[in-house]
Design a protein around this ligand. Structure first.
Ligand SMILES: C[S@@+](CC[C@H](N)C(=O)[O-])C[C@H]1O[C@@H](n2cnc3c(N)ncnc32)[C@H](O)[C@@H]1O
Length: 210
């Protein structure tokens, strides 16, 4: 992403944020408790929305996004620690977090399956997984249009896939999906899950295996 990318991202998102997204984000973040992992925190749009959690560890691989997030980090009411890194290799011990949050991120993560495995590993058994994502739509014509547009969209929008099946990915994992809310005819989903991980398979920290 170019240097001005993060500013452009915030500007492009501003109308959607104002009309709908801010409320969706606030409701989602309100469900977070305890120590929170935020994956792909970008320009820190969610930072001012955390109230009743003890601490947030925000992972973001893009330095210019991180730089722009600092202002929002300073406005936060809870301690937020930003770390370089990506969701596929999380630099945390097993069973560290009570909640994981990802908003508009799974469309961009190169290996979303690995990210889900890592989120499950670093989150405690029965922890809460909170996502707000755009996904491939069920309506077949719209879904096909998303498939067609994705190769170009990906190049223009910094690796964003329009046609990710994030809900299906979660359902195929050990995350129990307990709530799904649909917006804009299923283009955007709020997904709440519970980490029903098999604790034996998480006995080793992935960064120890490298
Ligand atoms: C569309 S932005 C969303 C930012 C923010 N979460 C929001 O709701 O506005 C996608 C973010 O995912 C980050 N990202 C891309 N690949 C990632 C990865 N492998 N792991 C974690 N974050 C990633 C990008 O750098 C970018 O900040």
């Amino acid at each position: 992403m170019k240097k001005w990318g993060p500013m452009l991202y915030d500007c492009a998102m501003a109308p959607l944020e104002k009309v709908r997204f801010r409320k969706i984000r606030a409701t989602l973040i309100n469900r977070a408790t305890g120590r929170v992992l935020e994956v792909g925190s970008g320009t820190g749009v969610n930072f001012p929305l955390y109230h009743k959690v003890t601490r947030v560890d925000a992972i973001e691989p893009n330095p210019s996004m991180k730089k722009r997030a600092i202002k929002r980090l300073n406005q936060s009411k809870v301690p937020i620690h930003m770390t370089n890194g990506n969701a596929e290799i999380l630099p945390f011990e097993n069973n560290t977090f009570d909640t994981a949050v990802a908003t508009l991120v799974f469309c961009t993560i190169p290996d979303p399956q690995k990210a889900i495995d890592e989120i499950q590993r670093v989150c405690r058994p029965n922890s809460t997984i909170l996502l707000f994502e755009h996904v491939k739509m069920n309506q077949s014509l719209l879904g096909k249009t998303q498939d067609i547009l994705t190769p170009v969209w990906k190049r223009v929008c910094d690796g964003c896939h329009l046609n990710r099946n994030t809900l299906e990915l979660l359902k195929a994992s050990n995350i129990e999906v307990v709530r799904v809310e649909s917006y804009y005819k299923g283009l955007f989903l709020v997904i709440e899950g519970v980490n029903r991980k098999d604790t034996d398979s998480n006995s080793k920290n992935s960064h120890e295996q490298l």
